[in-house]
Design a protein around this ligand. Structure first.
Ligand code: SF4
Length: 434
């Protein structure tokens, strides 16, 4: 039986797709192994959101070939799809495929094993492509499952390469989703995190919306919690919020990608909202969900971002009281509109702005966790990371630690109410309410 090692880069959608490929490979008689050094085949599921992401793939391939020269390397995913010419020059990759039809990778590997001839299949995207219905019911961590339900993006933000790597928006059919979630519930997973490339656009071709997908999951026995992955703000309507707030199992954490708090920069990024529209959405969410957490992504150093633009962005971000902020430096991507813009910002200014924005994020998170002290909230406990405490998350994604020196019984995959007693900059501590 040939041994396969899986290497995944990037977003939750990529990790989900790797889990799907793993289960197909298993059905076809391949065995999973724990290291690329002992593998016969290495499947690399790539990401190309940033230039540094590409470099990580190149160095991974070099390292694998140096330390295991006989192994077969299959490179798939967003990098070859967005940059097919560059990818075809990677001679150390025996098989190269894009983001379409990832479910065919096992058969392509079997074909390669017949004559060991290099295979490169990178199909372009068409307007009317349909969703690749890969599904998965086995997840490495049986507490929470990241389930992909949507693919593609039509937004073409000026800095983003993803629409070129993932094609146009398309969704998983509700019937297939229903069956998949039932299978996941039977495997013992209690929390579903719905994921997509542009998740908020779920369901268009079925006249459905994201709220329908959430309701499908909430109505599945055995599923206790339903969480949403990253969202684009412009699609979160009042009727969606109304339907989500009616679902007891819905987790009130909204990762609303803002990118900048300055309207001039948002316009140059081709984002589809203004800072005041964003603020309006945040207050509507907080009205609908009194206990909720709003987290976000912020980019610094976008081309032509002046000191004044950055100051406005930082001031706006500070005023939003986010529970957590992921700060990114702008990364030039060949083929995007922003790559051709004048006034590219130098790395030292990007770093300076990154540190300022990241500091705002640290204070925001600290304030969010402090606000949970005194509350009693349900916590879904996960695999213990340390022998001296149990750990898990509340529905609004506050990280909780329950100290218990040398505990004997794991609380993994159980839900208990916890009275929150104290907080630090990264987590809260508390006591389980019997
Ligand atoms: S919404 Fe914008 S940032 Fe998000 S994937 Fe689409 S183009 Fe990229």
């Amino acid at each position: 039986m040939l041994k396969v090692f899986y290497m995944t880069f990037g977003c939750k959608v990529n990790y989900y797709e790797t889990e799907c490929i793993k289960s197909i490979m298993k059905q076809k008689g391949f065995e999973k192994c724990g290291s690329y050094k002992s593998a016969d085949i290495v499947i690399i599921n790539s990401c190309t959101v940033t230039a540094s992401g590409d470099s990580r793939i190149f160095s991974a391939i070099r390292k694998i070939k140096n330390e295991n020269p006989e192994c077969i390397i299959a490179l798939t995913g967003c990098y070859p799809q967005a940059f097919p010419e560059e990818a075809s020059e990677i001679t150390d990759a025996d098989i190269i495929t894009g983001t379409k039809n990832k479910q065919d990778i096992p058969d392509i590997i079997i074909r390669f094993l017949e004559d060991r001839q290099h295979i490169s299949i990178i199909e372009g995207y068409q307007k009317n492509d349909i969703y690749d219905h890969m599904t998965c019911t086995e997840f490495p961590d049986n507490t929470r499952a990241f389930v992909k339900i949507q693919d593609g993006c039509n937004c073409f933000c000026s800095y983003c390469i993803i629409p070129y790597a993932r094609g146009r928006i398309r969704s998983k059919s509700p019937d297939i989703l229903k069956n998949e979630i039932s299978g996941i519930a039977e495997s013992g997973v209690r929390e579903i995190v719905l994921s997509g490339i542009n998740l908020a656009f779920y369901g268009k071709e079925y006249d459905l919306t994201l709220a329908d997908a959430v309701e499908i999951c909430c109505n599945t026995d055995g599923i206790e919690r339903v969480r949403l992955g990253s969202l684009e703000p412009e699609m979160m309507t009042d009727s969606q919020l109304e339907r989500l707030s009616a679902q007891e199992k819905f987790c009130p954490q909204f990762h609303l990608s803002l990118q900048s708090g300055c309207d001039r920069t948002l316009k140059a990024m081709n984002r589809k909202y203004t800072s005041s529209e964003y603020a309006g959405l945040v207050s509507r969410i907080r009205n609908k969900f009194p206990i909720c957490n709003i987290t976000t992504d912020i980019m610094v150093g976008f081309p032509d971002e002046t000191d004044e633009d950055f100051r406005r962005s930082a001031e706006f971000v500070r005023s939003m009281d986010f529970g957590k902020i992921h700060v990114f430096r702008y990364s030039r991507r060949k083929g995007t509109v922003a790559d051709r813009m004048p006034n590219q910002i130098c790395d030292s200014v990007k770093s300076e702005r990154w540190h300022i924005m990241n500091h705002i994020g640290i204070n925001s998170q600290k304030k969010f966790l402090e606000s949970r002290v005194g509350m009693t909230l349900p916590v879904l406990f996960e695999r213990e990371k340390n022998p001296d405490f149990h750990n898990g998350y509340t529905p609004d994604y506050a990280y909780i630690k329950i100290p218990e020196k040398n505990f004997r019984k794991s609380l993994r995959n159980s839900i208990f109410y916890v009275r929150i007693i104290d907080s630090t900059s990264d987590y809260c501590t508390g006591q389980i309410i019997k």
